[in-house]
Design a protein around this ligand. Structure first.
Ligand code: MLT
Length: 237
């Protein structure tokens, strides 16, 4: 199995794994962690949309609106992008329409993939089980921040590469995936401490999102694998 890492969505078109492959959209802080939490709280499905202008249409169709820009909840939305807030509610049967600064853009930019899964530390083991069972080549696609590199997404990519390599025969294509694994090896004994200087950690701390930051770095809190199919995220069983 081949595995390649795109460090930002802008780099995704330049990857070398094309054709039949799985893409894993990664936004540890917080979009993909929040999607995992929403499903863990019982959400039925999630429709990711790129622009806020699309939201009112979904409101009239009975959807619950979840939207964030620049780390803060959008004023007219029911929810922002907080995984710990989702987990405090019973979202049983809820249909969410979801728009975030980077994460939903990332999910929607990989429409060419055979499978598009959401990856987070929250679903690391369940996700790796699924990737191994599929046995397809894998592109790990980090959201970063506005097409700039970010460390927490890269670390999750490194953790996925490590777990996959321990369980199956993996060829890392290009240098990014192998480098992410080295970085993960340096960080894994104290993930939160390693990320304490990360730019988005600082941004979220200014908004008081300490609980979310702590949650996003915990492993296997939400053993679900959200997959984008027919423009909506639902659970792989
Ligand atoms: C995003 O999509 O850019 C992030 O999830 C931002 C956030 O932490 O809310």
């Amino acid at each position: 199995m081949k595995i390649e890492l795109s460090l930002t969505p802008a780099l995704y078109p330049f990857r070398t794994i094309l054709g039949q492959h799985t893409t894993v959209a990664i936004d540890v802080l917080r979009a993909t962690t929040a999607v995992c939490a929403a499903f863990q709280a019982g959400c039925q499905y999630v429709v990711p949309v790129a622009s806020l202008e699309e939201l009112p249409k979904y409101r009239s169709l009975g959807y619950t609106l979840a939207a964030e820009r620049n780390g803060q909840k959008v004023a007219d939305a029911d929810y922002g992008n907080s995984p710990t807030e989702y987990l405090k509610h019973n979202l049983e049967g809820t249909r969410l329409v979801y728009s975030t600064t980077n994460g939903t853009v990332t999910m929607l930019s990989a429409a060419d993939a055979k499978h598009l899964y959401c990856g987070a530390f929250a679903n690391l083991s369940a996700l790796v089980d699924r990737l191994i069972a599929d046995n397809d080549d894998v592109v790990l696609l980090c959201s970063g921040w506005k097409n700039d590199y970010c460390i927490e997404d890269t670390l999750l990519a490194g953790a996925i590469v490590e777990r996959m390599t321990e369980r199956t025969s993996v060829e890392c294509v290009g240098d990014a995936a192998a480098t992410a694994r080295m970085l993960w090896d340096m960080a894994k004994s104290d993930l939160s401490g390693f990320c304490c200087t990360a730019s988005h950690v600082h941004r979220l701390q200014k908004f008081g999102a300490y609980e979310d930051i702590d949650f996003a770095f915990r492993i296997d809190t939400c053993p679900v694998v959200p997959e984008l199919r027919d423009n909506r995220l639902s659970l792989v069983h």
